[in-house]
Design a protein around this ligand. Structure first.
Ligand code: BGC
Length: 501
């Protein structure tokens, strides 16, 4: 068993977590790496084992940092390389770990490689991106952000050609058929891993190569390159974890494990929407069904289980009727839609019902995989659905009930504070969601079998109750708003229990 099998992960966005304070640094109303350092005691108290920071690289922030303009520097708003080094040191001193995101599929159009590629087609970067004269090439490759882009090709006046992009048109895809691009990846990996990181989430990994086959996703070329990355990591950073963001159907998701020679972990995109679906229906069947479709993992591998993250609650991979059901249940207002999903936080999705939120956390802790908590969800933070794109779920963390929520001494510069609750108010209340989540994390740590034991479905005799055995634990979750009597145990509305099996 490796450290990540049982680690509790916590995702934070640097710019939204905590502004610098008490460090002599100037407050800008933007979260910083020093601000994160200030809050490590809190994360340790909560029981977090590994902090995941979303991109903090130099970027024009047109996609909140997933549009990287320089792979080797830190966005000046967030601090300096020394700040990052200190953060890593402080985490390790507390026996905690740190991972971050790398977006390798694309860069920002501001990246000097792209600028050089535009202006000098015959120069060293001329072939770093996917250029062409035919905007109909790769007709089989879907447009992902269908609400904002109509094509994967955008015309470039300067080069007088089209360039290919899976996401926003300001995010040109790198050309992985060019060996020089591949070489750059290994330099980037070494640079950041040598700083002492413990892991990386490789963003949008399914899309590295372009071909018409398989809709251009999870291509053999792509997973082969992943194997090279893994071999490189094993040779140089054998304790580090690689996590795939591959939002694909169940069988395809398994591709990212290979025989245990690709990723250590893959986010469990197949299971996540089924939890919300089961809740909307008051019926556990969708979760039984999806668990049934997921084969056992190769040796050394683990799922990354999650309820929410910085993106929309994605519905790309569910059937049309399920998507419709989810919109009906969770999208009362179209302003909450982002791409093919729903940009809302956990507590509002649960209609403010604390029982439902706890049920979801209990599933997060006991389903196969290591749990990933999205910052703020542990206090049931609300969202601001008037904000565009996915910013509704990226507002500043609420530390206390003061004017700027303890996030900054200044008015937040980018996104407003939503309010309604705070860490401080919940720490002072033993009955709060925060205390409950903390207790669940402790309970999860007390049951290491949850990290590795197979998940064996158990028939409960009640449609609304999901049962599964993990080692010596029987986990029961009631998806309905009614009490359910199972004979040996009674579950309240949205009740749950972890019992000795
Ligand atoms: C990230 C998104 C981002 C997209 C394109 C993703 O998969 O999670 O936040 O918008 O990559 O960069």
């Amino acid at each position: 068993m490796s450290w990540y099998h049982n680690a509790v992960f916590y995702q934070a966005l640097v710019g939204s977590f905590k502004d610098s304070s008490n460090n002599g640094a100037e407050n800008k109303g933007i979260g910083t790496l020093r601000g994160v350092i200030d809050k490590l005691d809190y994360l340790q108290w909560l029981g977090v084992d590994c902090l995941w920071l979303s991109p903090f690289y130099a970027s024009p922030l047109r996609d909140d940092g997933y549009d990287i303009a320089d792979y080797y520097s830190i966005h000046p708003d967030y601090g300096t390389m020394e700040d990052l080094e200190e953060l890593i040191e402080e985490l390790h001193r507390r026996d905690m770990r740190i991972m971050t995101d790398l977006a390798l599929n694309h860069t920002s159009s501001d990246h000097p490689w792209f600028q050089a590629s535009r202006s000098d087609p015959d120069g060293p970067f001329g072939d770093f991106y996917v250029w062409g004269d035919d905007p109909e090439r790769y007709p089989e490759i879907r447009v992902i952000f269908t609400d904002v882009e109509t094509s994967n090709w955008t015309w470039d006046e300067e080069r007088q050609q089209y360039y290919f992009h899976r996401f926003y048109s300001h995010q040109p895809d790198l050309n992985y058929d060019n060996p020089n691009v591949q070489d750059e990846v290994f330099d980037i990996l070494s640079f950041w891993m040598d700083k002492g990181l413990d892991g990386l989430r490789l963003d949008a990994i399914a899309y590295l190569f372009e071909r018409n086959e398989l809709g251009g996703e999870s291509l053999p070329e792509t997973v082969e390159f992943v194997e090279k990355i893994r071999a490189f990591m094993d040779a140089h950073y054998p304790d580090a974890v690689l996590i795939a963001e591959a939002n694909q159907p169940p069988e395809e998701t398994m591709e990212y494990y290979g025989s245990g020679n690709r990723f250590h972990m893959v986010f469990n995109f197949p299971v996540m929407p089924r939890l919300y679906q089961a809740l909307a229906l008051g019926d556990a069947t969708p979760v039984y069904d999806i668990l049934d479709q997921l084969p056992p993992l190769p040796e050394g591998c683990q799922w990354g289980t999650f309820l929410r993250n910085h993106d929309e609650l994605t519905l790309e991979m569910v059937d049309d009727d399920v998507r419709e059901l989810m919109y009906q249940a969770y999208l009362p207002d179209d302003s909450m839609r982002a791409h093919v999903g729903i940009a809302r936080r956990l507590m509002p999705l649960m209609g403010g019902d604390r029982n439902k939120v706890e049920l979801m956390f209990s599933l997060l802790m006991t389903l196969p995989g290591a749990p990933f908590i999205y910052y703020g969800d542990e206090i049931g933070m609300l969202d601001d659905t008037s904000l565009p794109d996915r910013y509704a779920v990226r507002t500043p963390m609420q530390w206390d009930d003061s004017k700027h929520a303890g996030f900054s001494t200044r008015t937040p510069a980018r996104l407003p504070i939503v309010g309604g609750t705070s860490v401080e108010s919940q720490i002072n209340d033993d009955t709060s969601l925060l205390h409950r989540v903390r207790a669940m994390i402790a309970e999860r740590h007390a049951h290491p079998e949850l990290g590795t034991a197979p998940c064996e479905p158990v028939e409960t005799g009640k449609k609304s109750v999901l049962g599964y055995q993990r080692g010596n634990l029987l986990c029961l979750h009631n998806f309905s708003d009614r009490c359910v009597d199972l004979g040996t145990v009674e579950l309240g509305p949205y009740g749950w229990a972890w019992l000795p099996a």
